[in-house]
Design a protein around this ligand. Sequence first.
Ligand code: DX5
Ligand code: ZN
Length: 237
Amino acid sequence: MERLNRMYILAPSLLAADFTKLGEQIKETESAGAQYLHIDVMDGVFVPSISFGMPLIQSIRPASGQFFDVHLMIVDPEKYIEEFVRCGADGITFHLEAAKDPWAVINKIHQCGAKAGISIKPGTALEQVFPYLSQIEMVLIMSVEPGFGGQTFIPKSYERIRRMREYIDANGLCVKIEVDGGVGKKNIREVMRAGGDVFVAGSGVFRKNSISHNISKFREAFEEGLTGSTDGKNGKE
Ligand code: DX5
Ligand code: ZN
């Protein structure tokens, strides 16, 4: 059954952008209709890789009116929240596995005036995040192991998204489900049908074709989803 007030959001992941044209590419995602910009912060401790941090967010903030969706793949997230919000984060998602006191992190994010999200890795039981769902705005289900862009979507994620959707709906919660990792035009319809609301796409937005073309494919899928005509389509061009 389709939910009322359904809305799908695309969150291009900056990690896959061409950094020599960063401002330009961000503007292109915005004018093509991506409401969020997904910003992956990695510390080399929680995940093996290191990406970027506050100075980058601060410098791109004036270039975009998008919702800055900051995905913290770092240990001790509570230490840095104030600074990320000051630099321009609108939403901060931290990893449940990385937080010693998730309630304190949620409170800190809200006190700073941002939306709070919790992310879980593919191997973390969904139940672990249930107690927090009524107090956060977004739950991020990782569909790859966090740490790198360009990986393949893990198929068991569909079932995890479905179960999360069922739990949220059954309990009348209004928390968005974000899906991150290996999402592209080939599987977007299936991820939507499983119950996602916000779709992160790095390679799917910034690679192969132009950004505007890639985003138009996601938007087609979203429009079909809203008019209830996704069934039977498989995302072929
Ligand atoms: C992975 C990051 C993702 C990544 C997605 O740890 O959280 O946001 O950039 O990249 P794609 O869409 O290429 O899988
Ligand atoms: Zn991410």
